[in-house]
Write a protein that binds this ligand. Structure first.
Ligand SMILES: Cc1cc2nc3c(=O)[nH]c(=O)nc-3n(C[C@H](O)[C@H](O)[C@H](O)COP(=O)(O)O)c2cc1C
Length: 158
C-alpha cells in the first residue's frame, strides 16, 4: 500500500475533459515529457489523485467555461501539490484564455496547492451550431502540439 502511494507521488497525473478530441491531443502531448499518467474526467477515480505531487487539469471551453467537473477537482487536489492548467477554445486570444481559465485558477487559490503554469491554444470548434463557421479550423496544429510538449517539459524544472 505504502509503495503504491509512493509511486503515485513520483508519477504526475493529467486529468482532462475533451468532447471533440482537441484537448485530449494536447493532454497526450504533455503527458509524454512528464511520463505522466493520463486519465479522462469520465474515468477518474478519486483515489488516483491521492499522494500526487504534480497534477495537470485540462479542458475544452464549453459555453464560456471549462468543464464543471474539471473545475470541481480543485477541491480534491492533495495539499502541497503543484498544479498546472491547460485549455483549448474556439475563440482565440490571451485575454479570452485568461478569462476561461480564471474560474479554475481562483478556485485553486482557495486551497493549499501551488499553481505553477497555465497553457492555452485554439481548438477547432465542432459544436453543431457553429461548426459551419470553421472557427480555429486545423488547431491544435503541429506547432501547438510541439508547444504543449515544450511547456510540459519546462515544468520538470519548476
Ligand atoms: C458544446 C460546445 C460549446 C463550446 N463553447 C465555446 C465557447 O463558449 N467559447 C469558445 O471559444 N469555444 C467554444 N467551443 C469550442 C471549443 O472550446 C473548442 O473546440 C475546444 O477545442 C474543444 O475542446 P475538445 O475538443 O477537447 O472538446 C465549444 C465547443 C463545444 C463542443
Amino acid at each position: 500500500m505504502a509503495s503504491r502511494s509512493k509511486n503515485r507521488r513520483n508519477t504526475p497525473l493529467i486529468v482532462y475533459c475533451s468532447q471533440t478530441d482537441n484537448t485530449r491531443r494536447v493532454a497526450e502531448a504533455m503527458a509524454s515529457p512528464l511520463a505522466a499518467e493520463l486519465v479522462s474526467i469520465e474515468q477518474l477515480k478519486d483515489y488516483q489523485l491521492r499522494g500526487r505531487s504534480l497534477i495537470g487539469l485540462g479542458s475544452g471551453v464549453y459555453w464560456l467555461r471549462l468543464e464543471r467537473r474539471i473545475v470541481d477537482l480543485a477541491a480534491k487536489i492533495p495539499d502541497g501539490c503543484r498544479v498546472f492548467i491547460f485549455s483549448t477554445s474556439g475563440w482565440r486570444g490571451r485575454v479570452l484564455a485568461d478569462f476561461f481559465q480564471s474560474e479554475l485558477a481562483k478556485k485553486l487559490a482557495q486551497y493549499h496547492v501551488d499553481l505553477i503554469g497555465k497553457w492555452h491554444c485554439p481548438g477547432h470548434d465542432r459544436q453543431p451550431l457553429f461548426k459551419w463557421l470553421q472557427i480555429s479550423r486545423g488547431r491544435p496544429n503541429e506547432d501547438d502540439i510541439a508547444d504543449a510538449r515544450a511547456f510540459a517539459a519546462s515544468l520538470k524544472t519548476v
